[in-house]
Design a protein around this ligand. Structure first.
Ligand code: PLP
Length: 411
């Protein structure tokens, strides 16, 4: 490619095929934004408007026919750039962004499923997704069927003629178990059922589920894609027809969970450095995983790119690196985890993940604290009382290792 044609490609943002020719980082920085449309601003402006005026009633008719360019719950120019860019990076035809990852899940299931339908899910999911499928969906007559998808054959018995969707995370929160996207998608498609994958723990920089056969990808944009711990967001990416439904019914009137344009701007900014950050998160996490594995106080470590990880072959098949999430347990169990967390001086004790700052938490402690308010609060399937979840940030890895070592001393 000559220098001038490369330049043309960068400038030609209306050409839907240029995404196939440019690299991931170039698209993460430029796709779907033409400065000529915005007074040559180099960065996308933030449009803080709740509604759009129209020149005439006829113009309004035309805008309505275009599908919702009338009101900011359904349309915003900054948000639209983010939707197109994320869709391009995932290899999807279309995208929808909403206010949180949970809003994305709510928009997905409440738009695509109706009373009497069935949803097959992996047995372990993010805790609030578990709350949604256990406590909310059954109230609306949607039957949820939890299955161990670490063996994709289990799908065959779980799918019935009422199944509308198979939903799972990979890597799975919080243990970073890995599920085989292509094997699960092949079985679901053989029964005419769509597959949606929560790829939050990987981001499109490390894993693109659609390339492995998934139909829809969900992200909590709060995590790696924004990456800076300063806003919430969620996304759904997939085929144009499904995304049209999710936009026109799901966002417009079922959830109304619009992303703020300022958040869209922040997430577009974070996205520009996604692959640089993911390389560093992954490299540091692997170093820390090896350090923990060799430490006498540590009973077990789960990180997808460790040879000891039971699913590391599948991880290497569908991910380019292991991301920054790891889980481990100490011989000193529940009490040891609490002592270690309190000794930490650099790593931040906090939930969430994917930020520049390293974040560490102990789910069993939080569950016990919650039980004081909600007696039915419980650890999700597969999570033990000893599990510590670590989101490795972008600090110098030597400083992170030193902080963990001093916290683990004599435990
Ligand atoms: N999916 C996964 C895997 C998560 O870890 C989370 C949050 O931790 C969510 C979805 C929900 O995202 P949000 O917090 O943006 O609602």
């Amino acid at each position: 490619m000559t220098a001038s044609s490369e330049q043309d490609n960068v400038q030609d943002h209306s050409d839907p095929s240029h995404g196939a020719r440019l690299g991931f980082d170039t698209r993460a920085i430029h796709h779907a934004f033409d400065p000529a449309d915005f007074s040559r601003a180099v960065q996308p402006p933030v449009f803080l408007t709740s509604t759009y005026g129209f020149e005439s009633v006829a113009a309004n008719d035309a805008a309505a026919a275009l599908g919702g360019r009338l009101y900011a719950r359904e349309y915003n120019p900054t948000t639209e750039i983010l939707e197109k860019r994320l869709a391009n990076l995932e290899g999807a035809e279309a995208g929808l962004v909403v206010s949180t990852g949970m809003a994305a899940f709510g928009t997905l299931v409440l738009s695509l499923l109706s009373q009497g339908d069935e949803l097959v899910v992996h047995k372990t999911l993010y805790s609030n997704t578990v709350a949604m499928v256990e406590q909310c969906l059954p109230r609306f007559g949607i039957r949820v069927v939890p299955v161990d998808l670490s063996n994709p054959n289990n799908l065959d018995a779980a799918i019935t003629d009422k199944t509308r969707l198979v939903y799972f995370e990979t890597p799975v929160n919080p243990l970073s178990a890995i599920l085989d996207i292509s094997a699960i998608a092949a079985r679901a498609h053989a029964r005419n059922v769509k597959v949606a994958v929560d790829s939050t723990f990987a981001s499109p920089s490390l894993q693109r589920p659609i390339e492995h056969g998934a139909d829809i990808v969900l992200h909590s944009l709060t995590k790696y894609i924004n990456g800076h711990g300063d806003t919430l967001g969620g996304a759904l990416l997939g085929d144009a027809e499904t995304l049209h439904t999710l936009h026109e019914t799901g966002l417009r009137y079922i959830t109304g969970a619009t992303l703020s344009p300022h958040s869209a701007f922040l997430i577009l900014r974070g996205l520009k450095t996604l692959s640089l950050r993911m390389e560093r998160h992954s490299a540091s996490a692997l170093i820390i995983a090896h350090m923990l594995e060799a430490h006498p106080a540590v009973a077990w470590v789960s990180y997808p790119f460790l040879d000891s990880h039971p699913d590391h072959t599948i991880a290497h098949k569908q991910m380019t690196q292991g991301a920054g999430m790891l889980a481990f347990g100490l011989h000193a169990g529940f009490d040891g985890a609490r002592t270690m967390l309190d000794r930490l001086q650099l790593l931040t004790r906090a939930v969430s993940l994917g930020d520049t700052d390293s974040l560490i938490y102990h789910p069993a402690s939080i569950t016990r604290a919650r039980q004081a308010i909600r007696k039915d609060a419980h650890l999700i399937e597969g999570v033990g009382e000893d599990l510590v979840r670590l989101s490795v940030g972008l600090e110098d890895v030597s400083d992170l290792v030193a902080d963990l070592r001093q916290a683990l001393q004599d435990l």
